[in-house]
Design a protein around this ligand. Structure first.
Ligand code: GLV
Length: 350
């Protein structure tokens, strides 16, 4: 038996929820005044309290508090009676999970990338899928620049050396890196994050080339075919979503096309790069270095990468600021509340 409760409308705009960037419109629920079913929502990982409180004002919330993600079986079991689910990247909402969730109306992904969702099957079942674009653009672009600067100026490598007690003092040619001024930053992918990375390039005096399926109109950037961008860029930064077409986009031939002095930076999805091919290219000095925030089988990565000094490894921190993660969770909650109120989602996956 489903619980039958009166949905309180006066809490929809909760003054305590200062973080609510898109509060639920109380009007949207007005039509169903009287006794209506209390919606049941699964949250697969701990989210900020203020954000969850907003959800709890309208729904029965079941939140998985453990550090280890729910197994596919547990996820299916918990989804069975839920009207909505808020998921994180490690959770796979595949065909089996969707088929197990007979009441599900929305899958709200707390990420901009959604390769963890079977969006086609969800659509066929009438389940709305949403993601969290825009709110993480700046944080991810900033992290991309942190990696570009780190790998070209050897910051992490120097940190390791200093901590190991191997710094013998300042010398003229010690740990020389590569300057960025006047060089070319090649951005693969014409979306929001690529653009935000391009905008920041001016501060470092870099020219920007962009390769994308559509010809993006970005200020002060030159559109280039992918192969030419690879062959001419000093830093190649990846900003395409993972799909069948982009899986292993950076493979052996692509790496062999890059300049020997060039750096590869990946802050999108690990599988856009063939990690074994990258380890080979780095061992063979086909490129100068790489900085990676994402990996093919997170949290694992190719063992050679950890042995190479000219690689920066960052544990998927693209959107990892307090402000950004809170905004992402808040947007996911807003999407859930909108859909459960019978309104269009705010950021649907098209
Ligand atoms: C993070 O990787 C995201 O897609 O938001």
């Amino acid at each position: 038996m489903q619980s039958v409760r009166v949905l309180r409308l006066d809490g929809a705009l909760n003054p305590r929820s200062a973080l609510a960037i898109r509060p639920l419109d109380p009007e949207a629920l007005e039509g169903s005044k009287g006794a209506i079913t209390m919606f049941s929502v699964l949250v697969t990982r701990r989210l900020p309290v203020a954000v969850v409180t907003r959800l709890e004002e309208h729904c029965a919330v079941e939140m998985h508090r453990g550090e280890v993600p729910l197994s596919p079986e547990e996820l299916r079991e918990r989804l069975a009676e839920k009207d909505a689910v808020i998921v994180l990247l490690p959770d796979r909402i595949d065909r089996l999970a969707l088929d197990a969730a007979t009441r599900l109306k929305i899958v709200a992904n707390v990420a901009v990338g959604y390769d963890n969702l079977d969006v086609g099957h969800a659509r066929a079942k009438g389940v709305v899928c949403t993601n969290t674009p825009d709110v993480l653009t700046d944080a991810t672009a900033d992290l991309t620049w942190a990696l570009i600067l780190d790998v070209t100026r050897r910051v992490s490598e120097g940190d390791r050396l200093a901590r190991a007690g191997n710094w013998k003092g300042w010398t003229f040619e010690f740990m020389l890196g590569s300057g960025l001024q006047g060089k070319q930053l090649g951005i693969v992918g014409g979306g929001r994050i690529g653009r935000a990375v391009a905008v920041r390039a001016a501060a470092f005096g870099m020219r920007v080339a962009v390769a994308s399926r559509k010809d993006p109109v970005w200020p002060s950037s030159e559109y280039m075919p992918f192969d030419r961008l690879l062959a001419t860029s000093d830093v190649v930064s990846l900003h395409v979503p993972l799909s069948r077409e982009t899986r292993h986009l950076i493979d052996q031939p692509a790496l062999a096309r890059m300049k020997r002095t060039a750096f590869l930076v990946n802050t999108t999805r690990g599988a856009v790069v063939d990690e074994a091919a990258l380890a080979w290219a780095l061992r063979e000095h086909l490129i100068a270095g790489a900085a990676l925030d994402v990996f093919e089988q997170e949290p694992e990565f190719h063992p050679d990468l950890a042995r190479l000094e000219n690689v920066v490894l960052s544990p998927h921190l693209g959107s990892a600021t307090r402000e950004t993660r809170t905004a992402m969770a808040d947007l996911a909650v807003s999407n859930v509340l909108a859909v459960l109120a019978g309104k269009p989602p705010i950021t649907p996956i098209q």
